[in-house]
Design a protein around this ligand. Sequence first.
Ligand code: NAD
Ligand code: TYD
Length: 359
Amino acid sequence: MKNILVTGGAGFIGSNFIRYLFNDTDFKGRIVNYDKLTYAGNLANLSDIAEKYQGKRYFFIKGDICDANKVSNTFKKFNIDTIVHFAAESHVDRSILGPEYFIKTNIEGTFTLLKSALNFWKNDKGFRFHHVSTDEVYGSLGARGYFYENTPYDPRSPYSSSKASSDHLVRAYHHTYGLPMTISNCSNNYGPYQFPEKLIPLMILNALEGKNLPVYGDGKNVRDWLYVKDHCSAIWTILEKGKNGETYNIGGECEKKNIEIVKKVCSILEEEKPSSLNPVLDGKKYSDLITFVKDRPGHDRRYAINCDKIKKELGWKQSFDFDLALRQTIRWYIENTDWVKSVKDGSYRKWLSKNYSLR
Ligand code: NAD
Ligand code: TYD
């Protein structure tokens, strides 16, 4: 691997992955971050990396994965040998309200990327297309059982259906045209730089502002939580040791009911920034803000990943303990007030729109 193209590198996991490559691996090549900068893309997520490496080993290209010319030119310009494809519309609630963007980016965008990769590939032995996907493609579990790599697909939201389609296209390009690829299907991530529309950052920031903590339905839906840095190390392991054509499940082996997560966020916040000293709480405790609200339509009940394959075949394992990593994440949101403020008041978009045209 000499020249890695990361799509969606300005988002939550992509930016953590780029930082991980620079700070935690022996990778010595160039990284090209190709990102459209939608509402979820924020170059401030990588300001430390840009300051150190921009124009030397780190390059940012503002581009849409649906733009075949720009994608092809970027492959050529940087002589890309490895693609790590994160770019996607990623939030289930938004996919319920407006599925069109999900079909466009997740399906058509992945298709465009695959076509360009195939044209560019020319049977180079070291070439690899790694597609980052989700456990949500497998559907919803009852009280028992796990998702395995060979669990039949049964996506149930516009988001998971669009990701399932993209997985099928990646496999089709491998089986039909021989494009070297790997896929990973991962469980729910948490950690720094996550956009506060997803459960954990939304609960942290709402609680700090004294706003309601909306828990969908009975709060007993289960997710398997993975610290984002463990996800990054798993993807790096697959790039280094994964077998061409294979799929690997990545999970935290850390199942929690949503209500447990929200209560834990509240109790850690009480220790890190006591509600009694937070004037906006007006005498309330953080947990007093928990509010059960109408359920999400088609809300999947339980996700749980079996990740024995990547553990046994590639020797990966998780390194982060949930309680400690959640506390670190909460501290990150308390301490990074500039990032939080610019995301909450939308000023990160104003800065971006001065420099780039945004949709
Ligand atoms: P995110 O929403 O934080 O970031 C997505 C990034 O993609 C943004 O920077 C955005 O600007 C960019 N993007 C969107 N449309 C684009 C387009 N058309 N062209 C180029 N760039 C575009 O997402 P995330 O949470 O970091 O997720 C990254 C990937 O991981 C996604 O493919 C998602 O399906 C997958 N995944 C996420 C989770 C999770 O818990 N967040 C779990 C499993 C899998
Ligand atoms: P989310 O972070 O949106 O991830 P996903 O839907 O991809 O799993 O939601 C995680 C869980 O938390 C999911 O069961 C929905 C629930 N949830 C709430 O109860 N309230 C909220 O405000 C949000 C955003 C999610």
